[in-house]
Design a protein around this ligand. Structure first.
Ligand code: UN1
Length: 507
């Protein structure tokens, strides 16, 4: 496969890097098998303690230099990273699709998100604004500045193996920070490919060695990063269980963290919804990325008057889904990431049945030609109740739960009645319902949409959610502020020293 060679991931790779330097490590190697066909793609060497220490040292040294580059010049580097990604969109999109298993369209879409965040960050590099405040004292000026923070540790998940890193890295770089990225051990080759792509840009521009580092490995590496006081900010994406461990470790040393964890996203389909439009949003939301997005639609909360009609539309639509090799653009749905994920999918179906769930579209593993990897499953739909334990839980698989409601208050309560709070949506042409859903008494999620599904957020908005989703925000809006330290400056240009709050203090 030509794209593997072009991206430099076809052979045995070393997995630890400070940029152009690939470090020797004695760590055990991780083999990356494609869920598409079960074949070995390549392998990486995990980072051992010595390589980790060398990386931390180099990153620390790079920061001292990089923080002094003017932000717009750092932006220029990120602009060139965006260009390099444009040139490699096809290859990198294919690798994402092959190593992770999402459809090729979604693989390209993921690289497009990387390009978009680079463009966003370039503009941002001239807009890292602080406020000017009016001092209560005469002849004083008060204002605030945003300064670079230091080393940012990025822990990313398998489901967005390249985009989530770039949301963090592009912002961190224009903010003057340096990054150490630990990719998921399920998609390590994506991290090698990205490092290879940006290395050329960095070398050409004499960017200090250490501005972009990668480490590879499992839980150990995550723990080293989380406990390391040399890393002021950890940005972690993944399960709530992982996030609680990272959040506790970083919190115990009073570091900062951005946590982007599980979702249990619902679409409310009201009696005033455009049902055809709702159908596309619901089906793409539920089966896209084989149900492995944080923003995947897991629950549909449907008004009783349109419940049967919409259920039938869904059942028909599911019959038309083509499941198979995601690199073949005929197919809508690819495989799950691995056999563990398949087992969890099966367990969840069992659990749902035990609690009384009624499957209107049955699930199951696909077998036979093209399905040899054992990771292909059928997207399924169950009528269920919100209080079922399994409905309260995020299963990273294409299982969709149907819930019925009578009043909009009840629908909003169901939508909010889960431990997670990432993405939410309402399908309605009724202004009152839409506004109620978006109000302070409406959806409790970080993302709330009207007449759009739950997945497929643009990079321009802040991305993240509340409750067990972790509370962090990445990507657009003013998410950049988390990557900098705020400094309040007060300057006295008089010959007197008046104290704040009118305090008198004479010697
Ligand atoms: C994730 O699943 O971790 O909104 C991120 C979306 C994508 C990002 C998902 N833009 O579905």
């Amino acid at each position: 496969m030509e794209f593997l060679r072009t991206l430099g991931v076809d052979a045995q790779n070393i997995g630890s890097s400070t940029g152009s330097n690939w470090l020797e490590s004695t760590g055990p190697s991780i083999s990356s098998y494609s869920p598409v066909d079960g074949k070995l793609i390549g392998s990486v060497q995990t980072t051992d303690k010595a390589a980790y220490e060398a990386i931390l040292k180099q990153a620390g040294a790079a920061f001292l230099e990089w923080r002094q580059w003017p932000a717009p010049r750092r932006g220029e580097i990120v602009r060139q990273v965006g260009e390099a990604l444009r040139a490699q969109k096809e290859n990198l999109g294919k690798l994402v699709s092959y190593e992770m298993g999402k459809s090729l369209q979604e693989g390209y879409g993921e690289v497009q998100e990387m390009i978009d965040i680079c463009d966003f960050a370039v503009g941002l590099s001239r807009q890292l604004y602080g406020l000017t405040m009016h001092s209560e004292r005469p002849g004083h000026r008060m204002y605030e500045q945003w300064h670079p923070l230091g080393i940012v540790g990025i822990i990313s998940a398998f489901n967005f193996p390249v985009a989530v890193w770039s949301w963090n890295a592009a912002l961190a770089w224009v903010c003057g920070d340096v990054c150490i990225w630990k990719a998921s051990e399920k998609t390590p080759l994506c991290s090698i490919a990205c490092q290879n792509i940006i290395n050329e840009v960095f070398k050409k521009n004499n960017v200090p060695e250490g501005v972009s580092c990668i480490v590879n490995g499992g839980r150990d590496l995550g723990e080293w990063l989380s406990h390391d006081t040399r890393i002021p900010l950890i940005s972690a994406t993944g399960s709530t269980r992982m996030g609680k461990a990272v959040g506790a470790a970083v919190g115990a040393r009073l570091g900062k963290s951005i946590l982007e964890l599980g979702g249990n996203n619902a679409i409310i389909i009201t009696q005033d919804a455009d049902l055809d439009m709702s159908l596309i949003g619901a089906v793409f939301g539920a089966v896209g990325t084989a149900g492995q997005r944080c923003t995947t639609t897991r629950r549909l909360i449907i008004h009783e008057s349109v419940y049967e009609t919409f259920k039938n539309k869904l059942v028909n639509a599911y019959k038309q889904l083509r499941i198979g090799n995601p690199l073949d653009q005929q197919n809508h749905v690819g495989p799950l990431i691995d056999k563990d994920a398949v087992q969890q999918y099966l367990n969840s179906i069992e659990a749902c049945k035990k609690e009384g769930g009624n499957f209107v579209v049955e699930g199951g593993i696909l077998e036979g030609e093209g399905y040899e990897s054992g990771c292909y499953v059928k997207p399924c739909i169950a009528e269920a109740e919100n209080h079922y334990q399994i409905v309260q839980h995020e299963t990273f698989a294409p299982i969709l739960y149907l819930l019925k409601y009578k009043t909009i208050d009840e629908a909003i309560a169901l939508q909010n009645g889960v431990p997670q709070g990432l993405s939410s949506a309402i399908m309605t042409l009724n202004l009152r319902e839409a506004e109620q859903f978006l109000s302070a008494a409406g959806s409790d999620c970080g993302i709330a949409n009207v007449n759009i599904g739950t997945s497929g957020a643009e990079i321009g908005g802040a991305f993240g959610g509340e409750k067990e989703t972790g509370g962090g925000r990445e990507s657009g809006s003013d998410a950049w502020k988390a990557y900098m330290r705020r400094q309040t400056n007060t300057i006295n240009y008089t010959t007197k020293l008046p104290l704040a709050q009118g305090i008198k203090f004479d010697l």
